[in-house]
Design a protein. Structure first.
Lengths: 208, 208
DNA sequence: ACTGTTAGGATACGACTGTATCCATTCGAA
DNA sequence: TTCGAATGGATACAGTCGTATCCTAACAGT
């Protein structure tokens, strides 16, 4: 088994082991040896495929960001063609909230990383730079919806989008802390979207 | 200096040293020896006044909650008599957002604690149980404002309050992560309050 | 078949962790 | 004045941490 190992695959396995630990026992429970045990390999292997613990942590952060991005793009992409603007927002925001076991675990890990990045410049460099893309995307969408007459003209699209994203983050934190159920969080988002778009149906009515 | 020491005062000093470390270098940087160094005492003293590290961490969590509570009560109390309902909400939500250096440090520590509590049952028992009081308080206020005609009748006070608190939490996270300035966060809150109460002035007009 | 690189097992190092113990003060009460 | 509790300095212990080193296989290219 020695020669010719797929390094990327190996690193992926180790990164997933890391995220499994981080999401269930927290980032402070992540150690080289724990990752090795979780992945079923020896400590040397972890050392071999990642030069540093920092490189390992960065890999986990990046993977987490990629997962979030994938989830949002997937939902938004599937919804873009057939739904109303409101449906697109519901899909994207619903993808941010933890909606199943895996996304809840990922949100846990993400929260742990985000918090660690607040006091660790090395992690901040990796993770606190990217999240403007989603805000821009939604702002473009909302502006278009407003020009199409689906949203009242006195709304400020940029502020509305910022509000929705911050709200989704706040709700995510409360869901993770078991202060609110997933359904309650979705209900709050829906309530807010009702006021933004008007209490319309989710699906666009078929053209007559 | 030996005999007759004020234990509560000692514990307060040590707790503050702990929070200073947690808010600037993160909760994982908090160790018995670091606290001792920060407080300018020996390791033994830390051991003497706190049986456990857990007891120490719990003390920090509790103190943090007390500080938040104090801040909110102070602002809300000062505002209750002379401001409009909207002014009360602005005051309370403004007290949740980090508005100066100290409250920003406290928010940092709080975030670290909250995240740690998500994966540490011992901390969860201390900190993830209390925060309903503020929600109830604000809901009562908003319901009253609605009955007085200051808020449109089709709003649901409980949902509106939940939204505002989750929004404030989400905005706090973004401010701590330097993705938004404090002023930008306040502007978003104000924008939201404008829609809830109508774009009225902050101060209640004098009775004629 | 030989050789050098790749892949990992085994182990060790120094630093740091929470906790425990031993001991010397110092003061209040008797 | 004596004694015992309160206070805290000094040190030790057993783990765990990230990292480094040593060494042995196994394969690819020659």
């Amino acid at each position: 088994m020695p020669r010719q190992v797929d390094h990327d695959e190996r690193r992926r396995q180790l990164t997933e082991a890391l995220l499994r630990i981080a999401s269930t026992r927290g980032l402070q429970a992540v150690s080289m040896r724990e990752i090795a045990a979780e992945a079923g390999v020896s400590l040397r292997v972890v050392q071999y495929y990642f030069t540093n613990k920092l490189a390992l942590l960065e890999s986990g952060f990046t993977e987490l960001g990629a997962r979030m991005d994938r989830r949002v793009k997937q939902r938004a992409g599937a919804a873009a063609g057939e739904l109303t603007p409101r449906g697109v927002f519901a899909a994207v925001l619903g993808a941010i909230l933890p909606f199943d076991e895996q996304s809840k675990l990922d949100s846990m890990a993400w929260t742990a990383y985000y918090t660690a990045a607040l006091t660790d410049p090395a992690l901040a460099a990796v993770g606190l730079t990217l999240p403007n893309a989603l805000e821009d995307f939604l702002t473009v969408r909302l502006t278009a919806a407003q020009q199409a007459g689906d949203v009242a003209s006195d709304r400020d699209p940029r502020t509305e989008v910022a509000t929705l994203l911050a709200l989704a983050n706040g709700l995510t934190a409360s869901v993770l802390g078991r202060q609110r159920s997933h359904e309650a969080a979705v209900a709050i988002i829906d309530y807010h979207l009702d006021r933004l778009f008007g209490p319309a149906a989710t699906r666009r009515p078929p053209p007559d």
